[in-house]
Design a protein around this ligand. Sequence first.
Ligand SMILES: [Mn+2]
Length: 326
Amino acid sequence: MARIHDLVELLKQAPDEVFIQPHNVPDPDAIASSFGLQQLLAALGVEAVIVYEDDIEKANSLSMLSAFGIDMRLASSVHTLGAEDWTVLVDVQKENSNVTNLVTDEVACIDHHQYNGPKGYRFEDVRPAIGSCSAIIAEYFQEAAVEPSSNVATALLYGILMDTDNLTRGVSGLDIDMFYWLYKHVDISRINELKANQITARDLQDYARAFEGVEVYGEIGFLRLENANDSLLGAASDIVITVAGVNVVVSYAVRDAGIKYSTRSVTPRVNAGDLVRHIVDGYGIGGGHDSMAGGFIRRDSFPAGRSMDTFTKVRAVAFVEARADG
Ligand SMILES: [Mn+2]
């Protein structure tokens, strides 16, 4: 039996409303997965409302909402949220640093990040080997023999492309199979429109300032951004990793609340998740995939009297050099 039918049977028992919640500051994969799941559940008789926390920052994420008619609501604006409501977490797991624990009961979780261990879900589908959550949702459509609308298929295809960096980063057979399966329902010109709306003019200025300060040390590229939003930190890292000779990128943004990290690696010698955990070890939290990861150290946890730049570089260099060739 298709997995989605287990989820539908569960959600039909919900004592009150059903919500779908992606991680905070939803990115295209989180938005597409939430939207796809909402539409599939609706086709199978379960109405669900998508709620999220924090701003949608990237220009392409915002354009997805209007392009596909996606209705997502800020949790603070949903006054009916209550302890009797059930939530399906999407593209995130309970207790991750990038998800707000709402008053609702998180009965289900669908994700492709590193497994956090059992959290009492009644439905759980966490597959860290998959490059995008959108591919998992697309497979639900396929298993249930429900044809996705053009809007859903295009959003899911875009989610796959964004999270796998155009089918090159952390990509699995399922991502490629679902890309192919969705493709026949997709108007590719709408994907191109989204690709042409990825950043704002303001982002470009922030990039320009940040790239002036890039420091390349051996195979590591260091990038410090001032007050950047999460998505800019990741997107800037993706550009620095394309520099010839750079195999590992450590980006960080110093904020009022603390220091935010983003790591990238294109060499199997260096696991991006292990690298960020090494950098924050003893002071903060971090995690992610082999090729991309993130972390955070709260300002009040940071060791007093040490330079954030030197602290970061010393730890990153030690970790990468220990894994150098020869
Ligand atoms: Mn994702």
